[in-house]
Design a protein around this ligand. Structure first.
Ligand SMILES: *Cc1c(COP(=O)(O)O)cnc(C)c1O
Length: 392
């Protein structure tokens, strides 16, 4: 007979979702109210303010799209791209490829700027793409490439777009809450994120923010956005901030309680403290992995603290190690993707999951599993090396 589903208690140290805090899960279980209830409308206003804080923006059009990060991505493209447009798309991992798909499905041309998986987006290549395609109306790139663990220079890329009269579309799904993200100071125009990475909320929502320039371009469109659900002109009627909110779709009420709680936790901790925590735990994890004899896949200056790509040692069975971690330790880490499939593991230290206990637990479990598989590692050093960083 079918019965209620009780998930196992895992430790989520992959590329997302990350561990959700009990505070957020508690908020999720509060009673559902109507999505036009005045008390819910107050909550929406608070969520908008908290998102403006998290994104460091005063953008009026800041809201959570009622669908996962991929929908936030699509919302940015369908609202800003028109058929016949030229869009410069940077690809240095999985997600740049999805941006290209979005551009082409909008009937526009994607000019690709490609960099190796594991490298940041090259500013020189983007500058020369703008010189060769001066008509380009948009630059799209991923700030924190979750597939490789690389950070690109978002401030410089947004400045390049602005200097060439183009708007920027920035994927911050993995950066929001984990590393510095300054939407207004950088002049980013259309920015989307997700809730299940460094916000440690449940999956299924996508915070987005649009600059006044982006809103102007959306308002100036000569034909309708191809997606009814993601058309920001319609969504604005519900999230717009005026007193009169009209029905567009039923907001995922309880999910928004959860998002509110996770944003509140971020605000209470403070952005800078949250970033410092991610950095500190990352340094301890790397110290431990290196003491074990493993090597990081990304150069130190481009690493994301929230997503650590480590090279799989020669002769080790990738899938068997991940399966043993899950079965014997209830610990999830991520596999490599694309060009790095089978070559790297991706260890997430995102949001609530970025803590000392997880660093030490992961090092201990990984060491035990590698040793049991006969891998040549330096046993007994990793946890001490991490603890030395924590004591600093
Ligand atoms: C996870 C992720 C996405 C997609 O988000 P979903 O919520 O899975 O749709 C997009 N971009 C990046 C960089 C991501 O890490």
């Amino acid at each position: 007979m079918t019965s209620s589903f009780y998930p196992p208690l895992r430790t989520l140290m992959g590329p997302g979702p990350s561990d959700v805090s009990p505070r957020v899960l508690g908020a999720l279980a509060r009673p559902t109210i109507g999505h036009l209830d005045p008390r819910f409308v107050d909550l929406m206003d608070q969520i908008k303010e908290l998102l403006q804080y998290a994104f460091q923006t005063r953008n009026e059009l800041t809201l959570p799209v009622s669908a996962p990060g991929s929908a936030g991505m699509e919302a940015c493209f369908v609202n800003l791209v028109s058929p016949g447009d030229t869009v410069i798309v940077c690809q240095n991992g999985v997600f740049g490829g999805r941006m290209k798909e979005n551009v082409e499905r909008c009937g526009a041309r994607a000019v690709m700027v490609e960099d190796a998986w594991g490298e940041p987006v090259s500013l020189d290549k983007v500058a020369s793409a703008f010189e060769q395609h001066p008509q380009a109306s948009l630059l799209a790139f991923v700030h924190a490439e979750t597939s490789t663990g690389v950070r690109s220079d978002a401030a410089a890329l947004c400045a390049l777009a602005t200097n060439h009269g183009a708007l920027s579309i920035v994927d911050t799904v993995t950066s929001l809450g984990g590393i510095e993200l300054l939407v207004d100071a950088w002049g980013a125009d259309a920015v989307y994120s997700g809730t299940q990475k460094c916000l440690s909320c449940i999956p299924g929502l996508s915070p987005v923010t649009f600059s006044p320039r982006a809103v102007e371009r959306i308002r100036a469109r000569s034909h309708k956005v191809q997606s009814w659900f993601l058309d920001m002109q319609l969504v604005m009627g519900y999230w717009g901030g005026s007193t009169k909110r009209s029905y567009h779709h039923t907001a995922p009420v309880n999910n928004l309680y959860a998002l509110h709680e996770s944003l509140l936790m971020l605000k209470e901790e403070g952005l800078e403290a949250a970033h410092a925590r991610h950095r500190h735990n990352h340094e301890a994890l790397v110290a431990g992995l290196e003491a074990m004899g493993l090597a990081m896949a990304v150069a130190a200056e481009h690493r994301l603290p929230q997503l650590n790509s480590v090279l799989i040692p020669e002769g080790v069975d990738d899938a068997a190690v991940r399966a043993a971690l899950l079965e014997d330790y209830d610990l999830e880490i991520g596999a490599g993707l694309g060009a790095l499939a089978g070559r790297t593991w991706r260890i997430g230290l995102m949001g609530f999951a970025s803590n000392e206990r997880n660093v030490l637990y992961c090092l201990g479990a990984l060491e035990a599993v590698l040793a049991s598989q006969g891998a040549r590692i330096n046993a007994g050093k990793a946890v001490h090396a991490a603890q030395a960083v924590f004591k600093r």
